[in-house]
Design a binder for this molecule. Structure first.
Ligand code: SF4
Ligand code: SF4
Length: 374
């Protein structure tokens, strides 16, 4: 049986933390080798990850260095970026070329939501991926999804050809109104579609939990890491086929692979600990940004939204007081050439349309401005 841990290629190691295209290929190669050595094989990339460079990095670190039958690749059609029917063929061929994969084991319509579903239907995206499957260029089709359960039910009813659904599931979002992870999962179960989990650690949020939560976990398993609880939680759901983890260094990979190599689902005591943790984290939480960066590309003011939100959350965690390094970090980033300050936001709302977490980005940026530029 395939191991349930997939390598998400959206937060790869960088040589320059300010440049998403500066992927550290030698380190990525080491991570790929260790991942395969430990019996895992599933790699997940997408057209726009790392400012469109992730697919190329996968080619260099994986495809050109390992036999094609030793790994599986999934990538995605960026539905939100499509304008004409010609874009489908153009982008698909670009992806084949960039990855060098020859074919895709899994291919998804990326980030389907209420905003983009009409465009996906009008441009014939469903027929397109089905055709590519018949041509042997795709083995399995599906979509990644970031919206409410009623629409998911509609889509799966209209498209029974869907084989898999990729959902955001983690113990914090399980009952969250803006994500509705449990209900989305249940819709997939109803339609008999296996689920691939993205954001099990919620973009790193569940790796850095309040001290009291860490204590709960350590009391049960002193040697297990904090993120392991989040990944194991998602993998324990019976209809979950794969859990993706966006790994950024060898240490994360070592950790993830250690407990997923011989995976054991959470028992009752562990589940209760996780639910208690979710309550405590929600009480302490601030902006629930997963740092997916979907909002960044379309921003006319080039505002590094996730980085600002991360700084703001650090500020909140510290009890609402700035440390000198935090101030310096904001100043340095916001004064970089071509980068917008929080106060440069013109409130056009493009970012909010792209945000899978449905965050009120404009409101939060006002808070960032208040606190960071004061
Ligand atoms: S609302 Fe502000 S942050 Fe969002 S895309 Fe427009 S300018 Fe950028
Ligand atoms: S604000 Fe939303 S779209 Fe932007 S990085 Fe955070 S979660 Fe992703």
């Amino acid at each position: 049986m395939e191991k349930k841990l997939g390598f998400g290629c959206m937060r790869l190691p960088l040589t320059d933390p300010k440049d998403q295209t500066s992927i550290d290929i030698p380190q990525f190669e080491k991570m790929v080798d260790l991942f395969l050595e430990r019996g895992f094989r599933y790699f997940d990339t997408a057209y726009m990850y790392h400012d469109h460079e992730s697919e190329r990095a996968v080619r260099k670190a994986l495809v050109e260095r390992h036999p094609r039958d030793s790994f599986t690749i999934t990538t995605k059609l960026p539905v939100g970026m499509l304008k004409t029917e010609e874009d489908l063929e153009r982008i698909f061929h670009e992806q084949l070329e960039k990855t060098g994969a020859g074919f895709f084991d899994y291919y998804w319509l990326h980030n389907l939501n209420r905003e983009d579903i009409d465009m996906a239907n009008q441009l014939g995206c469903w027929e397109f991926i089905q055709k590519k499957k018949e041509e042997g260029l795709i083995r399995h089709i599906g979509f990644s999804y970031h919206d409410m359960p009623d629409l998911l039910d509609e889509i799966l009813t209209q498209h029974p050809e869907t084989e898999y659904v990729q959902l955001q599931i983690n113990y914090l979002d399980w009952e969250a109104d803006n994500v509705k992870a449990r209900e989305n999962y249940e819709v997939c179960v109803k339609h008999g579609k296996p689920v691939i989990v993205m954001e099990p650690v919620k973009g790193g949020t569940l790796a850095q939990v309040p001290a009291e939560v860490e204590e709960i976990f350590k009391e049960i398993h002193p040697n297990l890491s904090v993120p392991s609880w989040a990944v194991r939680y998602a993998a324990s759901l019976p209809n979950v086929f794969m859990v993706l983890s966006g790994m950024s260094d060898l240490a994360q990979l070592e950790d993830n692979s250690s407990y997923m190599e011989d995976f054991k689902p959470l028992d009752e005591v562990e589940k209760q600990a996780v639910f208690k943790a979710a309550d405590l984290i929600l009480k302490a939480a601030s902006i629930k940004c997963t740092a997916c960066r979907y909002c960044v590309e379309g921003c006319p003011k080039k505002i590094p939204i996730p980085e600002y939100f991360q700084l703001y959350n650090e500020y909140q965690k510290a009890g609402g007081g700035w440390t000198a390094p935090q101030r310096e970090a904001y100043r340095e980033l916001s004064e970089t050439e071509g980068v917008g300050k929080a106060s440069d936001c013109i409130r056009c709302g493009k970012c909010e349309k792209a945000c899978p977490q449905h965050l009120k980005i404009r409101e939060y940026l006002l808070k960032v401005k208040e606190k960071l530029e004061e």
